[in-house]
Design a protein around this ligand. Sequence first.
Ligand code: CA
Length: 415
Amino acid sequence: MKKLESWLDIQENSDFSIYNLPFGIFSTKEKTARVGVAIGDQIIDLSAVAALKHFKKLDIPMECLLNDSLNDFIELGKKKTNGVRKIVQELLLKGSRKLRNKEGVFVKQKSAKMHLPVVVKDYTDFYSSIEHATNVGIMFRGKDNALMPNWKHIPVGYHGRASSIIPSGQNIVRPKGQSKAKDATKPSFGPSKRLDMELEMGFIVGKSTKLGNTIPAEKANAHIFGMVLFNDWSARDIQAWEYVPLGPFLGKSFASSMSAWVVTLEALEYFRVNGPKQSPAVLPYLKTKGKQNIDIKLEVGLTPPKGNENIICKSNYKFMYWNQAQQLAHHTVNGCNVNVGDLMASGTISGKSESAYGSMLELAWMGTKPIRLDDGTTRVFFNDGDTVTLRGHCEKDGIRVGFGEVKTKILPAKK
Ligand code: CA
């Protein structure tokens, strides 16, 4: 890739390099919620750039930029949204003076509040990491039939709850619910004792379809606007008791946390890699060609109430068995329509090594291998007051494109 240099001061290890330029929704004391682009430790107010007539040839309606979600902007289509990204990149290149000293264009990220980037009307969660599915299978069914017979034929998924998706920085409250301990004769009610994370990535649908239509796997990437970090909070004790036979319900729906910046698929193109070999061969409608996985380095930090952050997991999105194109093709193969802003999450992203497991369930192996933190305490699931931070970035040949973080503190259950 051609090396680009900016006139703007951007830290070398910034997730928000000139190659990235992700979209998000921000507000400040002076500015109402609106569309911004992250660059270094700043945000570019796109409405201010539009007011300087830089998007004139793209004909971007100002209402799309002065909006509290990206949905209308995404709806304009990739030709326009990528056009905006391209123009912003050109304006930031060394030699361009057009945005220098222009009032109102740049906002410091630390003085802005970030909002949920999209209005998510529908949220689907897949289960596409073979390492995660195998680990959970071993725990619940034993080594011999860890993977269900359908798993290598279908990108398994379920319909999640969109109303409780929250932005990075918003605390969660420990959920209460029904559970039944293994040796108990009847269920009990109370705060979850097994509150867990799920390290996931999500993609945002960028192009709607009509009911009855399908998205072929080879055209799926054109329907994906971009990606976010996603923490699919899970109360394992509630989940274990309720999930038979229809799957996850209240053990999942109390909250899911999403990162603030949507990194476009185009910014991730350079970091594509081949996925794991799929064997047995998948059905024709799920066949994809070329590099469908993306090398996104992921980590999870756990900060105890009075301690420092401990990195408890390092994984990678490239490990996924099923790719996004297959997920979207499968999701629509029955004619189910999708809408701009829909969120499709990957499922927990675990790797082969024990330090690459994307949930506490796996990291502490169902409570049997406590994780020791540097403040001397141990965890098998999360405590009240813990802060969990997911991070992700791509890096190749000195070029970095990242997602920032999704950070959440756990508050005690309501009395
Ligand atoms: Ca999940």
